[in-house]
Ligand binder design. Sequence first.
Ligand code: KG4
Ligand code: ZN
Length: 404
Amino acid sequence: MSKKPLILGIETSCDETAASIITQNDQGSPVVLSSVVSSQVEVHKKFGGVVPELAARAHIDKIDWIVQKAIDDSGKKINEIDAVASTAGPGLIVCLSVGLSFGKAFAASINKPFIAVNHLEGHALSPKLNSNLNYPYLLLLISGGHSQFLNVQGLGKYKRLGTTIDDALGEAFDKTAKLLGIEFPGGPQIEILAKKGDPNKYDLPKPIFSKGGCNLSFAGLKTAVLRITKNIKTDQEKFDLAASFQRTIEEILYKKTKIAFKEFEKQNALTEKNFVVAGGVAANQNIRNMLINLCEEENYQSIFPPIELCGDNAAMIAMVGLEKFKLKEFSQLDHPAKPRWPLDENDCFFERCWGSIIMQYWLMKSEPDVWSIDQQIKSGAKGAPWDGGKKLSGCKKFKVNEKR
Ligand code: KG4
Ligand code: ZN
């Protein structure tokens, strides 16, 4: 029997230090032998967000014993490892550099190939860790830095169908949580608070709901939440706002996913219709249930990574490493860390900036119908019609939409 590849994966793109060992079974499906994730929540909590320099220091502190633990937990020996895969981007450059340098040095020291991995590709392939998934599939990637619909046609073959023109969904959850006085990272807490609230209490805007194809926009929601929080006095009102926010997100995703289904069907001759949801926000049970129901209505198979593999982890990095190892797609040891590394080759920086500017101009012209004065009054906001679109176009014209 031939030896099964054994891959070490390393992830340090943001605030999780992670290492994993994976292999494959006789059928060629991946098997996770170990997955160790060390979160830096305690380091960043008091700052209300990730501080890059502190994150990098914490990675340096922990990386060696996290990798050692992943190897020990797998029951394998260092000399059995066939390749080392590290996240090379996108992410915070000071953080990426730690795992990337460690992975390269490790690979060189055991004289085995090194594989540079795109973090987003890790999320995109993460459902392959627990299901037999065939290409093509439609991917909804919803994390702290990204919100995209992608037509995944094969390893390394991605076509973007839609993206956020401002905040990522995880970012919207985290910012809303902050406005509600919830400690960083607040996204998961919103889901818990929402259970105690009335989802119909507040009417929040749904930017570009009826336009923009399957592109998304969440910044206006945050503006609305900010206004409402100023008048919130009781815990119950807080729970109601969390529930209303959650319901609004579900309505946006329901509609935009339906549009993405149509786009995906236009681009592929399909024998089976697969819809994959990945990234940190895919851990949200309400969003999961809503998307599962939508898939039943539209005859799609819904596929989610296990909850523990929705957030950042190294098993998904090792998974990409395994696929690339089988194709002998190795990287040079001078492979750079890439703070920006879009999955879609056509997704060039200038194209995206221009896309964003045009979209925001168009939003500015058409925003009042997105959130009417009636809706504002109902939601407790007073004054002039919502001007989130104008503010957006004024301040963020040259902002790159996707942080990673
Ligand atoms: O994929 P991830 O771990 O890191 C990035 O690559 O960004 O995603 C982290 C994001 C954070 O914004 C976090 O608040 C959000 O995912 N998140 C959630 C939930 N769990 C994590 N958002 C909503 N509901 C959840 N249950
Ligand atoms: Zn991630």
